[in-house]
Design a binder for this molecule. Structure first.
Ligand SMILES: [Zn+2]
Length: 59
């Protein structure tokens, strides 16, 4: 697993490299608090909740 994912805001491309593979701009790690990151964690949370509900239904 990659430690961090960098994003080029010009191309909307994610890369684990320091520069964008498309425009070669220097790109930086996505900071928490941005919409995309929140969405990602929200998805995780929803999935986790679903898993918990599923397990509860088994009992
Ligand atoms: Zn780019």
């Amino acid at each position: 697993m990659a430690k961090s994912i960098n994003k080029c805001h010009e191309c909307n491309i994610y890369s684990i490299k320091d520069s964008c593979p498309n425009c070669n701009n220097k790109i930086s790690e996505e900071k928490p608090g941005k919409f995309s990151v929140e969405d990602k964690y929200g998805e995780y949370r929803r999935k986790a909740k679903k898993e918990i509900l599923k397990e509860k239904n088994l009992y």
